[in-house]
Design a protein around this ligand. Structure first.
Ligand code: COA
Length: 182
């Protein structure tokens, strides 16, 4: 079975992509209680600290150990700034998808764009993936801007492909492929 390593990725600005620990649980539960995260990500409601603690260690490590993906904390000056994860890994095709969110107090400084650029480069260069995809609701402009800043190309719209708590959404499909690493 193939699995992604329990990697720590250091970013140019001093932030890091690391594993979560149970100490991050209160910050995760607080961050998820945000209207933008609630609008675009269909997370459990309510999202208590106990659920965040279980997800931050047990669930995210089982995702990695099963080969299904990798969950990383975006850590800025040691603080939990957000989450970025690799999912829909197809080891045979060597393709995967990345998802992400930032806590509201860490937005507007480029942390998500740098994290998406770094994690996708690591997958393409160090892990020999061929294609990394982002699937972004067409009305989620801040997330589309992240895709552009991280060097992804817009390919088109998958109609009615996603869902939020408010209903079905069309998803913009964005990709970076091998040869486009930086
Ligand atoms: C999507 C989301 C992560 C984007 O957050 P963000 O802070 O806008 O994105 P970044 O961290 O890349 O920061 C970009 C902003 O920082 C600014 N910035 C400042 N310094 C920067 C730098 N060195 N590099 C890049 N951008 C920088 C950019 O100009 C931009 O600001 P603007 O939106 O006013 O133009 C955030 O809105 C979120 O968590 N949303 C809810 C969950 C969600 O939608 N997830 C994605 C589902 S597909």
């Amino acid at each position: 079975m193939q699995v992604l390593p329990d990697v720590v990725i250091e970013l140019d600005d001093g932030s890091r992509l690391t594993a979560f620990t149970t100490l991050d649980a209160p910050a995760i539960a607080a961050a998820v209680d945000d209207s933008d995260i609630r609008r675009w990500l269909p997370l459990p409601r309510p999202y208590p600290v106990e659920l965040a603690a279980e997800w931050s260690t047990g669930v995210s490590e089982s995702v990695r150990a099963s080969g299904a993906g990798l969950v990383r904390c975006i850590r800025v000056d040691g603080a939990m700034a957000g989450c970025i994860d690799v999912k829909r890994v197809d080891w045979r095709a060597r393709t995967a998808e990345i998802g992400y969110w930032l806590s509201p107090d860490h937005r507007g400084r480029g942390h998500a764009s740098r994290a998406v650029a770094a994690l996708s480069s690591w997958l393409l260069v160090e892990q020999s993936f061929e294609r990394i995809e982002l699937r972004i609701a067409t009305e989620n402009r801040p997330s589309a801007a992240v895709a552009e800043r991280a060097g992804f190309s817009f390919e088109g719209i998958a109609r009615n492909a996603g869902f939020t708590d408010a209903g079905r959404v069309d998803l913009g499909i964005w990709s970076r492929i091998t040869g486009e690493e930086r």
